[in-house]
Design a protein around this ligand. Structure first.
Ligand code: ATP
Ligand code: MG
Length: 422
């Protein structure tokens, strides 16, 4: 779906110019097609309410909007008094709302064949190459069938612009959708994120490094309806603050997909040193990761999160062997979701590029995990050894203490302009 195909950005100015600038055209608004939400049976109302809230939240700093649900699968967003450019910006925002499969900039026209034909003909004025008309009726009382509408409008377009009709693989598709109170006319669409509305699947806590993987893991789980908070461990006081800046920028970018993101930053350097001085050597990395997970679990408890999320991929680095991952699972009671577990690095990088996090992740920083890294990393950590070390250090208490040192940030994709509800 959208994120794998890296959709080209909707050029707001081009789109608005292409569709607008002609006062004879009907009101520009945004029509969205939904995906799996349609299948949810008795839960559907809950899904719709959540999705409508998320849409409003994503547009909260723009001119006010109205939402209309049409059947289970279509939402129309209108922006009364909005310019074409403002409506195009609204469409751009809607691309990032989870649960939306297609976003279309559409003309809203009176339910009268002549007006519809007029707008349809005008909207094809700048086009070249073959075309087809696709007509649909969500209102079956309309006096013409879909194919009658398509034939009527198709011949008007052909007559006006001399474009050849091609039904199988047209260069341009003109959509005409007859609705309850109006008709929508549009040409192109842009893919949305797909998935489920954020918040529908509960809450999770993402362990967020400054690397490439964890932001992609976060996006994947948001896409399946989890609302997430983020926890970053910095190497402070032994490293600079660069990794925190990166985590902050990454969360701000990911906030486009959910709104109201919280980032907790825990200075981890001293705890790492404490582990190191206990002489655990090859187990340092796995022991560190277990301590991160224990801290995350304590924070998740405070936040009401039901799961932890990491960017682990099987075998990608030595701490991610099957044995080590099992040893990590043993550290906490909460389930650990690892949505990237079966992905190659190149696939993860493609995803990171598509969701806009790759360039941030590639900025240089001093990762806390490379701090105090032993020369050799244990690839088959024994759980009993790890538990013994943790007993000596009282790791549970250390984790509880680390949570109290967490600093809260609220990186918003809108800056500080319009705080979102959490
Ligand atoms: P990433 O690209 O996400 O950093 P990675 O391939 O570098 O992952 P590791 O460094 O072993 O792999 O980390 C695996 C996972 O552990 C990360 O995806 C993240 O979920 C968590 N993690 C690692 N370092 C940190 C950190 N400093 N703060 C929070 N979570 C971390
Ligand atoms: Mg990393």
């Amino acid at each position: 779906m959208a994120v794998t195909s890296a959709p080209a950005a909707l050029d707001v100015r081009d789109t608005a110019q292409q569709l607008g600038g002609d006062p004879g055209l009907g009101e520009l608004c945004v029509l969205m097609k939904l995906g799996e939400i349609v299948l949810k049976g008795s839960n559907r109302n809950l899904f719709q309410r959540r999705l409508h809230n998320n849409i409003r939240s994503a547009a909260r700093d723009l001119r006010s909007i109205t939402l209309t649900q049409r059947g289970a699968g279509v939402i129309i967003v209108r922006m009364p008094g909005g310019s074409d450019l403002e409506v195009a910006e609204l469409a751009e925002r809607m691309r990032n709302v989870m649960g939306v499969v297609w976003v279309h900039l559409v003309r809203r026209v009176a339910k009268d064949l002549d007006s519809v034909t007029d707008i349809a003909v005008r909207s094809m004025a700048e086009r070249a190459g073959t075309f087809a008309v696709k007509a649909r009726r969500r209102d079956k009382r309309f006096p013409m069938t879909s194919s009658q509408i398509a034939v009527h409008i198709g011949s008007a377009v052909q007559h006006a612009h001399g474009l050849p009709v091609e039904l199988k693989r047209p260069a341009n598709t003109l959509h005409v959708e007859v609705d309850k109170d109006e008709v929508f006319v549009f040409t192109d669409g842009i893919p949305g994120q797909g998935g489920l509305p954020v918040g529908m699947s509960g809450r999770g806590l993402v362990l967020m490094s400054g690397g490439i993987d964890s932001p992609v893991a976060a996006h994947r789980m948001m896409r399946r309806g989890l609302k997430v908070d983020f926890l970053h461990f910095s190497g402070m006081p032994f490293t600079g603050p660069e990794s925190i800046y990166k985590a902050y920028s990454l969360v701000r970018q990911l906030d486009r997909y959910q709104s109201g993101s919280r980032l907790f930053v825990v200075p981890f350097g001293k705890a790492q040193q404490q582990l190191k001085t206990s002489g655990i050597e090859r187990l340092q990395i796995v022991a560190q990761r277990r301590l991160m997970l224990k801290t995350a679990e304590a924070l998740a408890d405070d936040l009401g999160a039901e799961t932890l999320i990491t960017g682990d991929a099987l075998g990608q680095v030595s701490s991610q062997t099957m044995t080590n991952l099992t040893a990590l699972d043993d550290a906490v009671d909460l389930p650990i979701l690892r949505p990237l577990i079966g992905m190659d690095k190149t696939e993860i990088m493609d995803q990171a590029r598509a969701i806009g996090t790759l360039s941030i992740s590639e900025l240089p920083d001093e990762d806390c995990c490379t701090l105090l890294t032993p020369r050799q990393v244990e690839t088959a950590a024994k759980i009993a050894d790890l538990r013994q070390i943790e007993k000596r250090l009282d790791a549970e208490e250390l984790a509880e203490h680390l949570v109290t040192t967490a600093q809260l940030h609220r990186p918003s994709f809108l800056g500080d302009a319009a705080p979102a509800r959490v």
